[in-house]
Write a protein that binds this ligand. Structure first.
Ligand code: SAM
Length: 202
């Protein structure tokens, strides 16, 4: 019940954020439960010590991640839109919700950890190109300075289109899954060390 109310208020906050800045919201609806669960399954499979969600929006994916039970001081959520940040604070008191821009992830007060998983909903293909470039650079910088780091990023593009190119040496994309029960259908990608033995489609 509380979750349904959270989703309803989230829908309103999402619509208002979309009106304020459609290119940065980048989607016509929050992530579906099927997409959120596909992402949470991959996070659970890897089991990172530190979890950082970027561009959390209404919290559809945040909810699935919170259901995995990460300790509050190991679960960070970043969002740029102030209305959505207020909503996330209210909905997820057991997460560290930060009002911040993903171009400055290196400056976040994250604790040291033996492994890190970034979960990004950033609309890299619709947001202003220079901002997307700086967000990618910031995610890669954080990943390169943290041991055992990975990034999960979903896209609405064709299934073979990777979220971004120009990877630093030693990294590669793995396609985790395509979720058809999402509006629009979404493909989840994992950026991980090339040497890592994994399952999935490359
Ligand atoms: C596709 S929507 C997120 C959808 C979310 N998964 C949900 O289900 O509600 C993308 C989100 O990224 C946020 N965003 C866009 N640019 C950002 C930036 N530079 N830093 C942080 N968040 C950003 C937007 O405000 C928006 O909430």
């Amino acid at each position: 019940m509380a979750d349904e109310r959270g989703q309803g208020l989230g829908g309103l906050a999402f619509a208002l954020a979309w009106v304020r800045d459609p290119r940065r919201v980048g989607a016509i609806a929050p992530a579906s439960r099927a997409l959120a669960q596909a992402i949470a399954r991959e996070v659970a499979r890897v089991g990172p010590e530190l979890l950082l969600e970027i561009g959390a929006g209404t919290g559809a994916i945040t909810q699935a991640l919170a259901d995995l039970g990460p300790p509050p001081d190991r679960f960070f959520v970043v969002e740029r839109d102030p209305g959505l940040v207020r909503h996330l604070h209210h909905r997820f008191p057991r997460a560290e919700v930060l009002h911040a821009c993903a171009t400055g992830l290196e400056a976040l007060p994250l604790p040291p950890a033996a492994s890190l998983m970034l979960v990004s909903s950033l609309p890299l293909m619709s947001m202003p190109r220079e901002e997307a470039r700086r967000c990618v650079q910031s995610m890669l910088t954080l990943m390169e300075r943290t041991p055992n780091a990975r990034l999960l990023q979903y896209t609405y593009a064709a299934r073979h289109v990777r979220p971004f190119d120009q990877l630093p040496p030693g990294w590669r994309w793995r396609r985790v899954t395509t979720v058809w029960a999402n509006l629009p259908p979404a493909t989840v990608w994992s950026l991980e060390p090339a040497a890592h033995p994994t399952q999935g489609i490359h």
